[in-house]
Design a protein around this ligand. Structure first.
Ligand code: NAP
Length: 228
């Protein structure tokens, strides 16, 4: 009997993070899922065998505590999904230092800090470290200007990920910057064309396909390459 694959999913209380846990669980993976608060645990508790951890990705002490608790565990997949859309106005004119700090720290700094801490706990030759990016993070695609602040935060995430990958040298790890499609979630809204299940099924398919290939790619849930 082959051993179940293992995943650590960061930001799994709802939306795409929860969808990823549900998909991996259905596929027989052994999943550890983090939530920021108790508000997010019920749906995860309904999945037998899923281990639930608490983590606000912006809290350095909580990151250290999680690292302690997971010491010695090695994962096939680390998926850093948590993210925020920033202030509803999305306006450079109106933006405050607090709003920009919160947005860029959550979307671009905290994910890289987590990746730096947990990369040694992802299988180097066959493992995947995935970041939830967005097509809006592409500076080559002039779409989404009504989400200008969010768009810039995901471009910053992509840039930080490129720098992070350079530091990995020849570890063999596969790093993915993933676009889930435009998905019906609290963030994506009711008008989005895709449901969580379709997106997450596609994302997991891409992870399975890319595992073992090494390098860093920016692709969507169907495997289509996105220009940086
Ligand atoms: P969502 O429903 O708003 O869920 C966001 C998730 O991130 C929640 O689980 C939330 O936890 C978590 N989170 C936010 N800040 C956190 C923090 N400081 N620490 C820990 N967890 C935190 O949004 P979604 O649509 O599922 O988005 C998930 C990811 O996909 C995000 O990175 C988003 O930018 C990206 N994305 C989404 C779409 C789309 O169309 N939906 C498209 C492209 C990219 P709480 O429940 O505690 O708030």
């Amino acid at each position: 009997m082959t051993q179940a694959k293992t995943a650590l999913i960061i930001g799994a209380s709802r939306g795409l993070g929860l969808g990823l846990v549900q998909q991996l669980h259905a596929d027989g993976w052994q999943v550890t899922a983090s939530v920021r608060s108790q508000a997010g645990v019920e749906a995860l508790q309904a999945l037998p065998g899923v281990k639930i951890e608490q983590l606000d990705i912006n809290d350095g002490a909580q990151v250290s505590a999680l690292q302690q608790r997971l010491q010695g565990q090695v994962f096939d997949l680390l998926f850093i999904n948590a993210g925020v859309s920033g202030p509803a106005h999305q306006s450079v004119e109106q933006a405050t230092i607090e709003e920009i700090g919160q947005l860029f720290f959550t979307n671009a700094i905290a994910p890289i800090r987590l990746a730096q801490r947990f990369a040694p706990q992802v299988k180097s030759a066959s493992g995947v470290l995935a970041f939830m990016s967005s097509v809006l993070g592409s500076v080559a695609i002039p779409e989404g200007n009504n989400m200008a602040l969010y768009k810039a935060s995901k471009a910053a995430l992509n840039s930080m990920t490129n720098s992070f990958v350079c530091e990995l040298e020849d570890s063999g790890l596969t790093v993915l910057s993933l676009h889930p499609g435009w998905v019906k979630t609290d963030m994506g809204g009711e008008g989005a064309p895709l449901d969580v299940q379709t997106s997450c099924k596609g994302l997991v398919e891409q992870i399975n396909k890319q595992a073992g290939q090494g390098g860093h790619r920016f692709i969507d849930y169907q495997g289509t390459s996105i220009p940086w």
